[in-house]
Design a protein around this ligand. Structure first.
Ligand code: TYM
Length: 331
């Protein structure tokens, strides 16, 4: 059976981008593959969270994984820092990851631009840590959103380079995966790019947001003054709202508003109201479960412990084999 690995950074609440880009696939894949889904708390250290924020954020993601339908009896759910083998593989892979290629990564260049005061080495080698997460379980499929595609290419490069260096076909090639033909990019509410935490809280709709908060955020989404000619191309901020509607609303609803746009009869207030209600309906079951699961500390503890044990079994086997390939020997 093929192995699947994916993770989400522990930076707080999960949003619709995480859900439709990644988690929805996790939930389906757990029935068909040998799955490892983890909470990337080591990756989150690049932004220096306080110790108490760190733990709260890890708990939040764990709760939301479970609330979204990941079943710890089917998939292995674990906290990245509970598996120290990750850090060991990261160290080995760093030995043949080169400065030039790391500096060219889009996510690194973005961070240099957005957080110029904190361009640390962890940011530079972020794709190496990600490759370690994936290669640690020798995964071939990685369910992620469109924004992670380049990182997957780098993971293949690092794995292949290791294989060549030691002349051993050890790591298989991991590929980004989505059940539909294309990787997903969920737009944000700010009228610009993707939905993402770093773009600000008003850009994201969280799985745990209350209906009131969702309505407020969606009503504030950026729009223009409306179409002036029939069948006019939609400007990006309007296209984004339609893209969101495609994900959470019915085909009929989408077509209804698309027709109104194309005939210049659209009222954005109506579109936003409908979009907000459909987001509320889409997230309601998860929102309810979040409230239930977050109270259950002993269940969360049990899931995390069980996951760490299972993940370490797979990880320690890889590390044992790699150490031998590299040439570490006991006296
Ligand atoms: P992160 O935490 O930023 O996002 C987690 C997952 O959600 C997806 N995603 C989106 N998909 C579509 N549209 C969006 N607007 C959107 N926003 C987020 C991401 O593509 C991702 O799948 N580096 C990773 C975490 C990670 C990882 C890994 C993933 C660490 N190690 C190993 C896979 C395998 C990250 O920061 O994702």
């Amino acid at each position: 059976m093929e192995t699947v690995v994916s993770g989400i950074r522990s930076t707080g609440k999960l949003h619709l981008g995480n859900y439709y880009g990644a988690i929805q696939n996790f939930v389906k894949m757990q029935h068909e593959y040998n799955c490892y889904f983890f909470i990337a708390d080591l990756h989150s250290l690049t932004t220096h969270p306080t110790p108490s924020d760190l733990h709260g954020n890890v708990k939040q993601v764990l709760v939301e994984y479970l609330a979204a339908g990941i079943d710890p009896e089917k998939a292995t759910i674990y906290v990245q820092s509970d598996v120290p083998e990750t850090a060991e593989l990261y160290l080995y892979l760093n030995m043949n990851a080169y400065l030039g290629e790391l500096e060219r990564s889009t996510s690194f260049k973005d961070k240099v631009r957005t957080q110029p005061d904190n361009v640390n080495a962890g940011l530079l080698t972020y794709p190496v840590l990600m490759a370690a997460d994936i290669l640690l379980h020798r995964a071939t499929k990685v369910p992620v959103g469109k924004d992670q595609e380049q990182h997957l290419e780098m993971a293949r490069t690092f794995g292949n380079r290791f294989n060549r260096l030691y002349n051993h076909e050890y790591f298989p090639e991991p590929y980004a995966f989505n059940f539909s033909d294309n990787l997903v990019k969920i737009p944000g509410l700010d009228g610009k790019g993707k939905m993402g935490k770093s773009e600000g809280e008003s850009n994201v709709v969280n799985l745990s947001d209350t209906p009131e908060v969702i309505r407020k955020k969606v009503l504030k989404a950026v729009t223009d003054s409306g179409p002036t000619a029939e069948n006019q191309e939609k400007p990006v901020e309007i296209q984004n709202l339609f893209d969101l509607m495609k994900v959470v609303s019915s085909v009929d609803t989408y077509e209804h508003f698309d027709n109104l746009y194309n005939t210049c009869q659209i009222r954005y207030g109506d579109l936003k109201k409908q979009l907000a209600e459909d987001m509320i309906i889409a997230t309601a079951p998860i929102r309810e479960k979040i409230k239930e699961i977050e109270q259950d500390s002993s269940y969360l503890r049990q899931v995390a412990r069980h996951g760490a044990i299972k993940a370490r079994e797979s990880a320690s086997k890889t590390i044992r084999e790699i150490r031998e390939i590299i040439g570490f020997k006991n006296f």
